[in-house]
Design a protein around this ligand. Structure first.
Ligand SMILES: [Zn+2]
Length: 94
């Protein structure tokens, strides 16, 4: 059993373990206290897929660009990190 204070009326209540898809409401004011989703993998899976897509987009999009005297230079997030790791002479100059 878990003790939860209602956000609406501050009544402290004990909530038994909920069945999948069930929800608990406050006995005094009816505010929702807890929800147990029917399929607990849907939300983490959707967030993981979204994070993977955002990671791919962040790594292939140019992070920064510089134009000096007609010369262009751009780098990506992973390109900047690899350049920093693979070019130790440039790191020492800083
Ligand atoms: Zn309440």
């Amino acid at each position: 059993m878990e003790s939860v204070a209602c956000r609406g009326c501050d009544l402290l209540q004990r909530i038994p373990p909920l069945a999948p898809g069930a929800r608990a409401q406050c006995g005094r004011c009816g505010q929702p206290l807890a929800v147990r989703h029917a399929d607990p993998l849907d939300r983490p899976l959707a967030l993981t897929v979204t994070a993977a897509i955002a990671l791919i987009i962040a790594n292939v999009s140019p992070l920064m660009g510089l134009t000096v005297a007609g010369r262009d230079s751009t780098t990506t997030l992973i390109g900047g990190a690899l350049d920093d790791l693979l070019n130790p002479k440039a790191r020492r100059r800083r």
